[in-house]
Design a protein around this ligand. Structure first.
Ligand SMILES: NC(=O)c1ccc[n+]([C@@H]2O[C@H](COP(=O)([O-])OP(=O)(O)OC[C@H]3O[C@@H](n4cnc5c(N)ncnc54)[C@H](O)[C@@H]3O)[C@@H](O)[C@H]2O)c1
Length: 332
């Protein structure tokens, strides 16, 4: 595929305007794309406009954008009509985690887009190799796994299925830098991709510790926030081992690995919450109990935090040390 010269001319489509579809659309209009945002269910139309405008207003307040929110909003076309996608070169599907529903959405999309256009899914858990077999042109199909809120986070996984075209993967990799991402290219499909495999290994251990009485929920959360939470915006696990001394990890691995939880069952602690209808902050019932006011304040606090942590993250990009070296050379 051609090298990207003028990113803002590439029309992009987003299908599914729930939580993630709205923040992904926001990210894309901020990056300068004309965006066709398709609502597969009419219900999306009621909230999508308000939600995206809210994201743009917050983005202005926190200095993510320089122009007034309306400048970016004008780049967006919210519609129920799939035919509007016909000129889009990248289309990102963000519908619920259900294979049949995703397949019916792909049928609608593929009936209107051109053969070279890239089709991607924001699925968190369905293998890309399975999803791509539901499409007419599996070579142009990828996973594009974002993190909420997509317009402030720099996380993005680009996942190749067994049949994906590596040239198109490179194109997405380059394009995503224009979206303000530090992408991870997942070259071989694996369930959970990279970030969720790491995270769920930690969740499993967290459940084990609480269910077996080693610590309560608050204490596990506190350890997590104040240990990993302290350095993970700067470095990943491998650089962290380099920073703090590799041999010590080698010693600990030998004795600790055999004691870590290896269960394949869904823990009772989460099963019970879900059986009883708990959703977390969304309905004030989760691992913690919330008054409606507390639940709302947690949501607001998370929004505020996501803009602030972004500011810190921007000061420490992956190539922070290379940049410092270049500055040093310049000043010599
Ligand atoms: N929420 C997250 O933090 C997160 C993170 C990464 C990936 N994802 C993935 O992104 C995708 C969307 O998640 P979300 O959190 O935005 O969900 P959501 O529930 O907020 O939105 C779901 C979307 O699916 C559409 N939908 C529902 N039923 C449909 C049907 N019968 N036909 C067509 N469309 C239908 C809705 O209209 C809505 O646009 C999922 O695959 C999810 O796994 C979510």
């Amino acid at each position: 595929m051609d090298k990207i010269t003028n990113v803002s001319t590439i029309p992009v489509g987003v299908v599914g305007l729930g939580l993630m579809g709205c923040s992904i659309s926001t990210c894309l209009v901020i990056a300068g794309h004309p965006v066709i945002a398709v609502a597969p269910l009419a219900i999306d139309l009621h909230h999508a406009e308000k939600r995206i405008q809210g994201h743009l207003i917050h983005s202005k307040e926190h200095g993510l954008i320089t122009q007034p929110p309306d400048f970016y909003f004008k780049q967006l076309n919210i519609t129920e009509d799939y035919r509007m996608l016909k000129d889009c070169q990248v289309i990102i599907e963000c519908t619920i985690e259900n294979m049949e529903i995703k397949k019916s959405v792909y049928d609608n999309i593929e009936s209107v887009i051109n053969q070279e256009a890239i089709l991607a899914s924001n699925t968190s858990a369905i293998p890309i190799s399975l999803l791509q077999k539901q499409t007419l042109h599996p070579r142009r199909f990828f996973g594009l796994h974002w993190a909420e809120p997509s317009h402030t986070t720099r996380f993005l996984e680009i996942i190749c299925g067994e049949l994906s075209d590596p040239v198109k993967a490179d194109f997405l990799y380059e394009l995503s830098h224009h979206w303000g991402k530090e992408p991870t290219l997942v070259r071989k499909d694996i369930r959970g991709f990279i970030a969720n495999r790491l995270m769920y290994a930690m969740y499993r251990e967290a459940f084990f510790l609480v269910e077996n009485g080693y610590a309560n929920i608050e204490d596990v959360d506190r350890a997590c926030r104040n240990n990993t939470g302290y350095w993970m915006t700067l470095v990943g696990v491998f650089r962290w081992m380099d920073l703090t001394g590799v041999p010590a990890y080698h010693t600990v691995l030998k004795d600790l690995f055999p004691t870590l939880n290896n269960s394949k069952e869904v823990p009772e602690l989460i099963d019970k919450i879900v059986r009883e209808g708990g959703k977390g902050v969304a309905n004030a019932k989760g691992f913690y109990q919330y008054t409606p006011e507390e639940a709302k304040l947690w949501e607001e606090t998370f929004t505020e935090f996501s803009y602030e942590i972004r500011q810190l993250a921007l000061k420490y990009p992956a190539d922070v040390v290379e940049k410092k070296l270049a500055l040093k050379k310049e000043s010599k």
